[in-house]
Write a protein that binds this ligand. Structure first.
Ligand code: HEM
Length: 351
């Protein structure tokens, strides 16, 4: 199969996808590499993130799916899609006993997240065996890409849930979110390799995940009608920063303080969150919020520990509601000629 035919076969060939795909066969710089893209690469303004249930009957079917998705992703991130990132993750269910023979290779850290006090999650809107995160410069590019992957993978995986996000361009690292405050300011410092080694990349446990990381995604509705009736000094005390200057306020009971490494035994997360906008709810309230996404080397010790602290004391809990959740192990990047997950499932993977 030629690179071009992967998507041509799906019927989604119009628009932006294949334009320019014939301009030489040089693989896009953003897809292949030591690590997957979409983690430490600059955050792009449009997001599609989706969870899938694997329906392939056996290991060969799963391998075929991952090979097909790898070819499709390489194509989607080249030509007119250059710059787009595609990030794949494996959910705990993929490693279940008696499924694909992977139980012995599940890292201990890859387990469903614990339930947190006060949350009421829609199970069907989260979880799943596989996750695909797509970040793009244009909304249609992101949409076409996820659609192409759904279509190309149809024989092996069915779409379980999908979320669509956006964030402002420009000040890419910490754009203003729906609450009117900058989000992403005090993030993992990606200019420091030792921060990445300590908090982001897996370097222990099963070898297939070395150079990989874990993705946690949460759909968090923001109660904007309530927030908008709250005065700015109160909002600032909840967040722990000034709205206009973004200066820190040293308030121990604020969100920023409770989530900080100082309050969590040094734990840090790499946050790459987006906003979502889903219209109105039946009560005439605005339905919108945060697609919270973070990467870390141990979701239990990092995300879950911070979240446990937040559900106990975070003043933001009066203004938000967690609706859906997922945790996925993102394998290391793909070598040219190889495919995503080859270290787990390919020849020489120890199976
Ligand atoms: C309810 C939805 C949330 C909103 C609207 C929100 C918003 C914010 C804002 C505005 C900041 C300050 C600016 C910054 O440093 O980025 C912040 C900081 C932070 N948030 Fe959140 N956040 C939310 C949920 C979460 C969750 C679920 C976690 C992790 C479990 C989290 C972890 C953090 C961390 C680690 C910081 C940086 C703290 C520091 O070191 O100063 N946030 N958040």
């Amino acid at each position: 199969m030629s690179r071009r035919s992967v998507l041509a076969g799906t019927g989604i060939v119009g628009g932006s996808l294949l334009a320019g795909a014939g301009c030489g066969d040089a693989p896009p710089p953003s897809f292949y590499g030591v690590h997957q893209s979409g983690i430490t690469t600059p955050v792009l303004p449009f997001l599609q993130i989706a969870g899938f249930d694997v329906v392939a009957k056996d290991r060969a079917g799963l391998v075929e799916l991952l090979r097909t998705w790898t070819r499709a992703a390489a194509e989607l991130t080249s030509g007119a899609g250059a710059g787009t990132t595609v990030t794949f993750g494996f959910g705990p269910g993929l490693f279940a006993e008696g499924r694909f023979g992977l139980a012995a290779r599940r890292p201990a850290e890859l387990a469903e997240l614990p339930s947190f006090a006060g949350e009421s999650l829609d199970r069907a809107a989260g979880g799943g065996d596989l996750c695909v995160q797509i970040c793009a410069r244009h909304p249609t590019t992101a949409h076409d890409a996820v659609r192409a992957l759904v279509s190309a993978g149809r024989a092996g995986a069915v779409l379980r849930w999908r979320q669509v996000g956006f964030r402002d361009e420009g000040d890419a690292a910490d754009p203003v979110g729906l609450f009117g405050f900058r989000d992403g300011t005090a993030n993992l410092d990606l200019t420091r390799q030792e921060e990445q080694a300590e908090h982001l990349w897996v370097s222990d446990g099963p070898g297939w995940l070395h150079g990989g990381t874990y993705l946690v995604v949460r759909r968090i509705r923001l109660l904007l009608d309530t927030w908008d009736r709250t005065d700015v000094p109160t909002q600032e005390a909840v967040i722990g920063r000034r709205r206009d200057s973004n200066d820190r306020l040293e308030l121990p009971a604020s969100h920023a303080r409770l989530a900080s490494p100082e309050a969590n035994g040094g734990v840090k997360l790499l946050r790459r969150s987006y906003s979502y906008d889903a219209g109105a709810d039946p009560n005439g309230l605005i339905d919108a919020g945060l697609i919270f996404i973070c990467f870390q080397r141990d979701p239990q010790r990092q995300f879950a520990a911070v979240q446990r602290r937040l559900v106990a004391n975070d003043p933001l809990k009066g203004f938000s509601q967690h609706l859906a959740s997922g945790v996925f192990a993102c394998p290391p990047g793909v070598r040219r000629g190889s495919w995503i997950g080859a270290g787990l499932l390919g020849p020489g993977s120890g199976q």
